[in-house]
Design a protein around this ligand. Structure first.
Ligand SMILES: Nc1nc2c(ncn2[C@@H]2O[C@H](COP(=O)(O)OP(=O)(O)OP(=O)(O)O)[C@@H](O)[C@H]2O)c(=O)[nH]1
Ligand SMILES: [Mg+2]
Length: 512
């Protein structure tokens, strides 16, 4: 039979639907003629002088890309005059994942160009489909509305309608269908896409690697910082512990040394001959303006230092102003400590009481070793600011090398927050200068009875300071050049003779 025209249609469907289509056409469309090709299924149908050649693309969703290519190429080859259209069979108007996958294969092989030649065919065996899926509607839209229903009673009419639809589509596109050059273009694009995809994938992999590396570096940095911090904390704690241990050790060592010295001294003191020389005597002269606290400080030092040395004349009552120099002795740390109390040797106006100066030097024999400048915490007068000048004027320029300052607290002890160092640091520059010129040798003593406990360590520190200063001068006393030794010795004798009178005078004043 000769035909005026031929339409080659490639059918995209599952094998089951392809069989259903063939059955439907065989049963309902006359003048049919079936022909099977060795490569796959081909079904030729002659209808009104038109040869409709249906080529089944036997692709399966699980096929490899290579196999799909083979099937599609065979399909293309069997359509000798090119492919006019692609038919996607959907059973009963249901667009399922199977059909979606087949369309993906079609697009992958023939490119998006193939959609311009695609017709969606709904196989409806006796059933009438009234509602279409949204996804199917979308697909039909993509195909510019090319949708055809294939029902058994009117199959012939439907095939005719399909042929007309294809004719119209080809006329619209101005081509004969999907061509070899389109296939070549699709393959080229696919290769380019694949290359681009691979490139993109490699870039992404590289980026991921960079990111992972950066993350790893950041994690390591974080871990290292944490370790360093932990190590630092550990070291800090070790240092703190070491410092505490060192302090404990130093305190222990100091107290042991003191105990040894004290013990030796007691033995030495007990065993020494009567006429022993004066090398173990330290003589301290307390100096300061009236009311600075010299007598009170002297009493407290004697009480705290002189456990082995009983002395009379010490009461708990407030002392009265001292009118004559007095000498007290105490055995401490293995030495005889001589303390010389003085009345005001010079007044605020700088007027010197020379007789009392001589007395104090005579009573300080074999010293003086130390000049203890007594100042009240919180009080610093104009006269006191010139203390060192007066001291040097009276006792000689080098007297300052034998001087130290004793700050006394009258009413309250030092607050924890304001230790004597802080007091000095924040004091008037003149006071600051005074302590500096005394070689920063300054100590404190709480006279207030409410802070009784504090005076024990304070006296211990003061005595230690006295010992150190005396030792730094090789145990030698300070020589006051303006008076001869003989003159002072004689004065000492006279002073001791009038000692009883001095006591009397002081006590008389007290009772007044
Ligand atoms: N508020 C208070 N006053 C005290 C304390 N101890 C002593 N005083 C007073 O401080 C003043 C001076 O005390 P002294 O120790 O006699 O001073 P001084 O330097 O020996 O004075 P002169 O002998 O006059 O040179 C006296 O009026 C004491 O009554 C104390 O703990 N608290
Ligand atoms: Mg006094």
């Amino acid at each position: 039979m000769s035909c005026n025209k031929t339409q080659a249609m490639v059918v995209i469907s599952t094998e089951e639907e392809w069989s259903s289509l063939v059955c439907l056409l065989e049963e309902n469309v006359a003048d049919k003629e079936e022909q099977l090709s060795p490569e796959g299924h081909v079904y030729n149908l002659v209808l009104d002088d038109c040869l409709i050649s249906l080529h089944y693309a036997d692709v399966k969703p699980d096929m490899t890309q290579e196999n799909i290519s083979q099937v599609m190429n065979a399909c293309f080859t069997s359509c000798k005059d090119g492919i006019n259209t692609f038919l996607l069979l959907v059973p009963g108007g249901h667009y399922t994942t199977k059909q979606m996958r087949l369309l993906e294969i079609l697009q992958a092989h023939f490119g998006t160009e193939a959609f311009k030649y695609l017709v969606v065919v709904s196989l409806e065996d006796g059933k009438v489909v009234t509602m279409l899926d949204d996804t199917l509607l979308e697909l039909i839209n993509t195909c510019d509305g090319r949708y055809c229903r294939m029902t058994s009673p009117s199959a012939r009419d439907k095939v005719n309608a399909l042929v007309s639809m294809v004719d119209y589509m080809l006329a619209e596109s101005g081509s004969t269908g999907y061509s070899q050059s389109m296939l070549a273009d699709a393959k080229k694009r696919s290769t380019e896409d694949t290359a681009m995809r691979m490139l993109r994938q490699k870039v992404q992999e590289a980026e991921e690697k960079v990111q992972a590396f950066q993350q790893m570096v950041a994690q390591r940095e974080e871990r290292r910082a944490k370790e360093v911090e932990e190590l630092r904390e550990k070291h800090d704690e070790e240092r703190r512990n070491e410092a505490a241990e060192r302090r404990q050790y130093e305190a222990k060592k100091e107290s042991l040394e003191e105990a040894v010295v004290s013990h030796k001294a007691i033995l030495h003191f007990q065993m020494r001959p009567e006429d022993e020389d004066d090398t173990d005597k330290m003589s301290v002269v307390l100096l300061g303006l009236s009311g600075s606290g010299k007598t009170s400080a002297l009493r407290l030092i004697l009480q705290r230092a002189g456990n082995q040395y009983p002395f009379t004349g010490c009461t708990d009552e407030d002392p009265q102003p001292t009118v004559v120099c007095e000498r007290r002795e105490v055995c401490t740390g293995g030495k005889r400590l001589i303390l010389v109390d003085t009345p005001e040797l010079w007044d605020e106006d700088g007027v010197v009481n020379l007789e009392q100066v001589k007395d104090c030097l005579a009573l300080a024999l074999p010293g003086p070793h130390i000049y203890l400048l007594v100042l009240q915490v919180g009080r610093f007068t104009q006269g006191e600011s010139e203390m060192l000048t007066q001291l040097q004027k009276i006792f000689g320029r080098d007297a300052v090398e034998h001087s130290m300052v004793l700050f006394v607290h009258m009413n309250q002890g030092p607050q924890r927050s304001q230790r004597i160092h802080n007091y000095v640091a924040g004091a008037h520059t003149m006071l600051h200068e005074l302590t500096r010129r005394c070689g920063s040798r300054y100590y404190e003593l709480s006279l207030a009875k409410t802070h009784n406990g504090m005076s024990y360590p304070q006296v211990r520190q003061l005595l230690s300071g006295i010992n150190k200063l005396v030792a730094s001068h090789g145990g030698r006393a300070h020589v006051v050049k303006r008076f001869t030794a003989q003159e002072l010795q004689e004065r000492k004798k006279i002073t001791e003779d009038v000692k009883d009178r001095a006591w009397e005078a002081n006590f008389l004043l007290k009772d007044a």
